[in-house]
Design a protein around this ligand. Sequence first.
Ligand code: HEM
Length: 186
Amino acid sequence: MYGMVNQAIEAMVTEKFGRADWEKVKEIAGVDEPAFVTMKQYPDSMTYALAGAVSSHAGMPLPDVLRAFGGYWIQYAKDGPWGKLMMASGTDTYSLLAALDAMHARIALSFPDLRPPAFAVKRNGDSVVVEYRSDRPGLAPFVMGLIEGIGILFDESVTATQVASKDDGAPCDAFLVRAVPAAKAV
Ligand code: HEM
């Protein structure tokens, strides 16, 4: 994945724990990079190793780390060079979810080797079902954290529950997502 992703993990760890903890996380992960370059590609195995190292260093289950990282990524991306594009891609959680493929396609103009995920959003009463497709394994908790993070952007209270899992033989991962204005949340 592009260095931007590893940079966001670094930012999360240094913010929440500290620089010494980040150095320790890299050591546990066996990553010997003084700094990541935003636009450079690094092996996916490095990103997975970093997430695993955060999990063991912080004593937090890996799915919890990935979910927290999803929420963090949204705030990180919002403050970055593509933040305006993300905010212009939707007016609320559901519309941004429906625009994710178009948004990643725009981002791919700047990141030519991007391997973005694919999303399909289907209305389900006052909820939506979000299908998530990727050839990368194990990222469903990350996606739930991302979806929750999108809710915060629009001041909506969002719940994301996994309703189908590729690990259990489903054709893709799927999440039931319900967004309500934060003030009305019950
Ligand atoms: C400004 C906003 C965003 C930027 C700049 C961005 C950029 C990226 C980049 C660089 C990657 C790594 C892929 C690679 O290197 O091949 C990635 C992956 C990913 N992005 Fe985004 N993204 C943004 C917002 C979002 C949002 C809002 C979601 C919400 C669901 C999302 C979902 C994902 C997922 C799930 C992956 C993991 C890759 C996979 O599943 O295979 N991204 N994105």
